[in-house]
Design a protein around this ligand. Sequence first.
Ligand SMILES: NC(=O)c1ccc[n+]([C@@H]2O[C@H](COP(=O)([O-])OP(=O)(O)OC[C@H]3O[C@@H](n4cnc5c(N)ncnc54)[C@H](O)[C@@H]3O)[C@@H](O)[C@H]2O)c1
Length: 468
Amino acid sequence: MKNSRRKFLTSISMLAAASAFPVQSFGFGKSRKLKVVLVGTGIRGTSFWGKRLVDEYSDILEFVGLSDVNSGRLDYAKEYIGVTCPLFTNFDKMLKKTKPDLVIVTTVDATHHEFIIKGLEFGCDVLTEKPLTTDGDKAQRILDAERKSGKNLIVGFNYRWSPYNTKIKELLMDKTIGDITSVDFHWYLNTYHGASYFRRWHGLKDKGGSLWVHKATHHFDLLNWWLDSDPSEVFAYGNLEHYGSNGPFKGANCRTCEHKGNCEYYFDITKNQRLMDLYVANENHDGYIRDNCLFRDEIDIYDKMSAQIKYANDVTVNYSLTTYSPFEGWRIAFNGTKGRIEASLDIPYNINTNVDQAEMHAKEMEQNAVEEAMTENIIVHKLWSDFDTVTVPTEKGGHGGGDKRLHDKIFKTPEIEDPYARSAGIRDGIMSILIGIGARNSIETGNPIKIADLTDLVPQAKRIKSTK
Ligand SMILES: NC(=O)c1ccc[n+]([C@@H]2O[C@H](COP(=O)([O-])OP(=O)(O)OC[C@H]3O[C@@H](n4cnc5c(N)ncnc54)[C@H](O)[C@@H]3O)[C@@H](O)[C@H]2O)c1
């Protein structure tokens, strides 16, 4: 036990070191656990950063406070996570009262900056869910706070940690197809997962920054990491043509809707006790409706998105995101000076099986799913040769197995050097959102957007860690 605690005490420092942050020495001894507070006790906060931390790492950390604007959800969270710490609807009071070592931020995206900046200014290390934030001004304020504080900021990019994505990184690092010159990257959200964003706060730009930021931050982080370069310019198109006011009818929410019988998107939240307890039971506190109508007029994000991205190392990328595909999956192709790599996940006709798309979405969100042994392929096709098939064992639960590997790196094996450099810091968090923010600005202005115009970070042909 002592050993695992000692490891953890250095873990955040080591992650930070991987991000070229100054190594911190924590101001506490071996006699006590890391004091953690969490703000945002929604589904991600209570499960992945709440209950899972308590279940797996209680020997090295303890929750000393939970905070949320919804007092009902806070009460539920305390019980669900299994902690006895005090609850706060006021984040500032929580900081003053509990003096934590680490602040975990899992609130609505557009509010992350507030808690990140306050946490850093209070002298805490901060671990935030993606996306780091939702616009360039907030990103700059986070950068300024981080530079002043000398504290560490970690972004929870879990996708890098899935074995399939790591294998792609390995093939690229090994220069299997020479230097990369261009990429095609297309992501398909199905009518369960894709639709779910339009039911929730994610459907409003001022809450999630649009799916260009909320969702695509994952994809752009993968690209930046795979290509090992910073984006320099983006041009994009996008529109809202399927959800929102385009729907054939609308209702107040699914539970009470008179169109239940003829809406393909009808979602019966009453069948999911966890969602009933977390959201429905607490609607009276903040009016947030989890099974909102995805055809409501207030939705202002895009449901089809397409961008061209130029990297500082001259790689060009064609990217698209679809939100109402019959299947969930993605495909990517890297063109290199010595050949081409094609990879895809979950495309039903590639793996020769019909997947239940509703079940697939549920599994993706689960942390403790029992895994069937599965494999997926990566095609490596060198110029003037036959293609080779690289077979990779894959997992479906917890974001392709990325979730638990990210936790283990932070809390269990921080001392093991990672040849793939999967730990993400503030520069990674910012570079990934700037592509989405630039794409949004490009659609709104009709112009290509230079990444260097969005914050004071200068895009580098080869990625660096420093934000100075
Ligand atoms: N890495 C991943 O794969 C992944 C998966 C899911 C969610 N997330 C991220 O986790 C975060 C939370 O998402 P979620 O799905 O749990 O959403 P959610 O709606 O379930 O939870 C958000 C919580 O934040 C609270 N909140 C909102 N504004 C607040 C404020 N100003 N002060 C305090 N509390 C506030 C809400 O009351 C709610 O309890 C988001 O940033 C999301 O992008 C990441």
